[in-house]
Design a protein around this ligand. Structure first.
Ligand code: IPM
Ligand code: MG
Length: 363
């Protein structure tokens, strides 16, 4: 089969991890006989430097014409001035919104051989296999008003956490549908003891829950959830939450897997079924201090490619081949710096990419 993929490497370690993910993708193409046509685009800081905008219309159109988007990471100190008119992150928010990718799936699976690479006790993280569904095109990231101004009392800033019924219902349905394919348990995470948008969220969750009598719905406040994720993470299966809460709890949850460098993500425009357009990116940032040193862990981006094969191309065996290759490289003891442990073999970004590509097997 043939596919068109928009490749937006971005800034910092973005281009380095994307290069390895592309290497693995091309190996899959050769082994399984598929053609992946890559279309490069600029986003983030590099786009600001060359195009004076974090994302231009041409890139958006190019992405929309493709079957999927592979994105690295963006941002860095060079563009961090809070007074700047445009920030790299604006590009990411724009592409998510432009492509209506409201459902962000962030699986967190603890790989047994990495149990010693985390700061948590092995018995606490054992068996963790959860998915956070993060609402991605609404909430605090996009609500209006969103601005800074000055009045007689001094400088002011505001962001707005707003959610409509439509936005809440569609993300909750993704949660219920996904829960149906797993252990039939859904944890809806909110802050309904304080926030109106969360009270609406919880109300709608209860209403929609009536359509899914086979799913056990549980509500959890986000602060309690943050605690529970460390205290007893294996009790979770599918979690569904708003944009800001999902951003925070997935960074936290990445520590269960050992590193942010391990967590992939898929952003979709609806309930994943059939060949769905999507954006695939690691959950980590551009790690500017690690950039250009062949240090970064490319596994999160490589696993994001596996998610692309699964959700956008319906190439399940190919996706599985990537996961198996990642597991094989880790089982043989290869580690990037972030997951390094005693007695293991430390490798760089490129070497990890090579090791995984070499282990792709066409079954
Ligand atoms: C993420 C990142 C982004 C977000 C940033 C880079 C804008 O933290 O994908 O989790 O907050 O969504
Ligand atoms: Mg984040």
């Amino acid at each position: 089969m043939e596919f068109d993929i928009a490749v937006l490497p971005g800034d910092g370690i973005g281009p380095e991890v994307v290069a390895e993910a592309v290497k693995v993708l091309e190996t899959v193409g050769e082994s399984f006989g598929h053609k992946f046509r890559l279309h490069q685009g600029l986003i983030g800081g590099i786009a600001i430097d060359t195009l004076e905008t974090a994302l231009n219309e041409e890139t958006v159109n190019m992405c929309k014409q493709c079957d999927a988007i592979l994105l690295g990471a963006l941002g860095g100190p060079k563009w961090d001035d809070p007074k700047a008119k445009v920030h790299p992150e604006d590009g990411l928010l724009a592409i998510r919104k432009e492509c209506k990718l409201f459902a962000n799936l962030r699986p967190v699976k603890v790989m047994p051989m990495l149990a010693n690479s985390t700061n948590l006790k092995p018995e606490v993280i054992e068996g963790v296999d959860l998915v956070v569904i993060r609402e991605l095109t609404g909430g605090l990231y996009y609500g209006q008003p969103k601005k800074q101004w000055r009045n007689s009392e001094g400088r002011q800033g505001v962001d707005t956490m707003a959610y409509s019924e439509v936005e809440i219902e569609r993300i909750l349905r993704v949660g219920f549908e996904l829960a149906r394919t797993r252990s039939k348990k859904l944890t809806s995470v909110d802050k309904a003891n304080v926030l109106q948008s969360s009270r609406l969220w919880r109300q709608i969750a209860m209403e929609i829950g009536a359509d899914y009598p086979d799913i056990k719905l549980e509500h959890m406040l986000v602060d309690a959830c943050a605690m529970r994720l460390i205290q007893h993470p294996s009790e979770f299966d599918v979690l569904v939450t708003g944009n800001m809460f999902g951003d925070i709890i997935t960074d936290e949850a990445s520590m269960l897997a050992g590193s942010m460098g391990m967590l992939p993500s898929a952003s979709l425009a609806g309930i994943p079924k059939g060949k769905a357009f999507g954006l695939y990116e690691p959950i980590h940032g551009s790690a500017p201090r690690r950039a250009g040193q062949n240090l970064a862990n490319p596994i999160a981006t490589i696993l994001s490619v596996a998610m692309m094969l699964w959700y956008s191309f319906e190439l399940m065996a190919e996706a599985q081949a990537i996961e198996d290759a990642v597991i094989a490289a880790l089982e043989e003891g290869y580690r990037t710096y972030d997951i390094m442990a005693e007695g293991k073999t430390r490798v760089g970004t490129k070497e990890m990419g090579d090791l995984i590509a070499e282990r792709i097997e066409c079954q």
